[in-house]
Design a binder for this molecule. Sequence first.
Ligand code: ZN
Length: 252
Amino acid sequence: MTEEQGYNRAMVVTAHPDDAEFSCSGTVAGWCAAGWEVTYVLCTDGSKGTEDRELTSPQLATIRRKEQISAGEVLGLKDVVFLDHPDAYLEPTLELRQEITREIRRHKPDILITMYPARNLDGGWGFGHPDHIAAGEAAMSAVFPSARDHLTFPELLEEDLVPHKTREVWIVGHPEPDHWVDVTDSIDTSIRALNEHVSQLSSSPDEIDDSMRKRRREVAKGKPMEYAESFKRIQFDRPRVSHNREINKSKG
Ligand SMILES: [Zn+2]
């Protein structure tokens, strides 16, 4: 991971407990093993993810909170923050944006991982749970410009939460990823973390192991890696050619 040298803090903003374990926990496990401080921010309470008619939403939320904390312990997370919005009803409101901005300013991530904030009409996993779309949109709006600008959400300054510039945003579930992380050394830990989400898994641990390895092997196809996770990577500091400058140049 030479490209991220100098970084040692990351944040993962997702909608539900288990989203990160399915999408980026190999990357997170690798960072934690390398001594990074990684914080999860869960936007919803996960209180709708069951087919069990006997289970109430508050009971399920309690179970899923415990499962996510256990998964975080397996990975070695610094913190797990629950914003506790009701599952399935998440919207990218200013309230949610402010809550995520608060966590960004508290934990100062170099890299923030979040969810693809649009519909993927090709189907599949990325089809777009409305909570995933909302979480991704709110997280990106929190990174830029809210966490950066002191005049946005001025009440956060009164909490001594000063502006913070996140260096990169990585998107999971993007239909055209452009960044692959080798998770060969961390896949065992990531699968153990996923297996903590007992209420969400209908397959046996062996089947989960097989499917996670199969998926990550497919992602690694054509790369010099056995297992990989993929992202759309947005780097804010990367020097880029100014369109206007190019136009001016061509005018001589
Ligand atoms: Zn989800």
